[in-house]
Design a protein around this ligand. Structure first.
Ligand code: NBP
Length: 484
């Protein structure tokens, strides 16, 4: 029988990579942690290996697990997203009582979170969908946490989550994002931005390796150097580590023996699908998702390799490029493309927040993404400042600081896209981001032609720049214009 003194403040269900590390994190901050996993072996392993690192209460049934939690009970689910999460929610809700809090820390689709919260509210259970970023290391030492759900749950949960989150400049990387699915929506877009961030780094590598002909170890030094400037970030840092790694079996750089087919678990794809529904052009994230898909189309790539006309390509030497200058140009192109991806990601978050009535503050996100998560970067401080200066900023790119940066970056960015084309090297995010940038600032877009075509074949009408109203040209008649 559990007495109030030996009850757990928090419970974790699902003790695979993320759950076991999160449970250890809670225990290391002095909390008593209840732990449960469907197959008891994982629970036993956790207790055998780390049971003495803190106070754990291990259970082998969900009922015992729930009974070991202090009221209101708080249990974080860290199981596979989808049906497994629904199964665990249902078991927990059955064993819990009114006012208890179920937190889903997995990568759930935000629409599922909205549905689950409604279902739980009907049963007087609080449900909080919380995005957790930082992978295994973050879960153990301090992740970035994006909880949604009811504000009143945050009052109870806040201090617990703050105690395990990463901390930057004294601020924990967690805050209440907004109601129901807001937390998981924001985590989804975070992951989408992560896809774009990884891809632009990949494109920079590709240009230095197969354009400038640099070796992986030399490129690792370049990335390490970049990590001391504006691009200072976790992803740049680990890229240098990956590039330095030598394969023990072959003695080759590890990057040369890894199959170049990128995997994905779905959050990038969801970001793009949702952006399509919201009508927000997240071209950088979209190209990054498609680049992974293309890389994995191995049969198609094999059929095309050496088998399609290239046109008159040039070599790096033929282009008479200075290597040092080119490296700097590539850094600038990467930075500019990354800026576009973040600007687009924040646009999607604003559109989602408006659509679902969440009231998400973009400044909060830039703040809690500074530590713990995969896209943590020095650059996020600048985003915080941008929203401090103008909370209603129409686009991140229009912030005066970033505009100034773009003024310094733009010539190199254009040059790199031109050179990549001449070398025949793919730079989908560098080039599409530049097109997005040029589209955004264009005085006139070819959309006028599209409106003309639509009116021609489907009488879809158009608006004019010089007067109010909608108009139609009688294309199959005398081609006079009528107001419709
Ligand atoms: P996995 O996503 O690999 O899931 C494994 C866990 O789910 C095990 O504990 C397993 O129990 C449990 N599980 C399954 Br599968 N089906 C179940 C069911 N029907 N009932 C109960 N439990 C079930 O674990 P993970 O990689 O630790 O990730 C956990 C969550 O965190 C996921 O939603 C993931 O997307 C998210 N996430 C992961 C990362 C990361 O870096 N890995 C980062 C951020 C978020 P068993 O042991 O009995 O099979």
């Amino acid at each position: 029988m559990n007495t109030p003194e030996n009850l757990a403040q928090i419970g974790v269900v699902g003790l695979a990579v993320m759950g076991s590390n999160l449970a250890r994190n809670f225990a290391s901050r002095g909390h008593t942690v209840a732990v449960y996993n469907r197959s008891p072996e994982k629970t036993r392993t956790l207790i055998a290996e780390h049971g003495t690192d803190g106070n754990f209460i291990a259970s082998e049934t969900i009922e015992d697990f729930v009974a070991s939690l202090e009221r209101p009970r708080k249990a974080i689910i860290m199981v596979q997203a989808g049906p497994a999460t629904d199964a665990v929610i249902s078991q927990l809700a059955d064993a819990m009582e009114d006012g208890d809090i179920i937190i889903d820390g997995g990568n759930a689709l935000f629409n599922d979170t909205i549905r689950r919260e409604k279902e739980m509210a009907e049963r007087n259970r609080h449900f909080v969908g919380a995005g957790i970023s930082g992978g295994e290391e973050g879960a153990l030492n301090g992740p970035s946490i994006m909880p949604g759900g009811p504000k009143e749950s945050w009052e109870t949960l806040g201090p617990l989550l703050e105690s395990i989150a990463a901390v930057v400049d004294g601020t924990p990387c967690v805050t209440h994002i907004g109601p129901d699915g807001a937390g998981h929506f924001v985590k989804m877009v975070h992951n989408g931005i992560e896809y774009a961030d990884m891809q632009v780094i990949g494109e920079a590598y590709q240009l230095l390796r197969f354009g400038a002909g640099m070796e992986p170890a030399e490129i690792a030094d370049v990335f390490a150097e970049w990590n001391r400037g504006d691009l200072d970030s976790y992803l740049i840092e680990i890229t240098a580590e990956v590039l330095r790694q030598v394969d023990a079996e072959t003695g080759k750089p590890l990057v040369d023996v890894i199959l170049d087919a990128a995997g994905q678990k779905g959050t990038g794809r969801w970001t793009v699908k949702e952006a399509l529904d919201l009508g927000v052009p997240v071209t950088g994230i979209g190209e990054a998702v498609f680049a992974r898909a293309l890389s994995s189309s191995l049969d198609q790539r094999k059929a095309a390799q050496g088998n399609l006309p290239t046109g008159a390509l040039k070599t790096f030497q033929e282009l008479n490029l200075d290597k040092e200058r080119f490296v700097e140009d590539v850094r600038r192109a990467l930075y500019a493309s990354k800026l576009v991806a973040y600007s687009q990601g924040f646009d999607e978050i604003k559109a989602g927040s408006d659509e679902y009535g969440w009231g998400v503050d973009p400044r909060d996100l830039a703040t809690i993404w500074r530590g713990g998560c995969i896209i943590r970067a020095k650059f996020l401080n600048r985003i915080v400042e941008a929203y401090d200066n103008d909370p209603a900023l129409p686009a991140l790119l229009l912030d005066p600081y970033f505009k100034g940066e773009l003024g310094d970056l733009i010539d190199s960015w254009r040059e790199v896209v031109i050179v990549a084309t001449q070398l025949g090297l793919p730079v989908p995010v560098f080039s599409s981001s530049l097109s997005y940038y040029d589209s955004l600032r264009a005085e006139r877009l070819p959309a006028a032609i599209i409106q003309g075509q639509r009116d021609f074949f489907g009488a879809h009408t158009y608006r004019r720049i010089d007067k109010e109203g909608t108009f139609h040209t009688q294309w199959s008649g005398d081609r006079s214009e009528i107001e419709s």
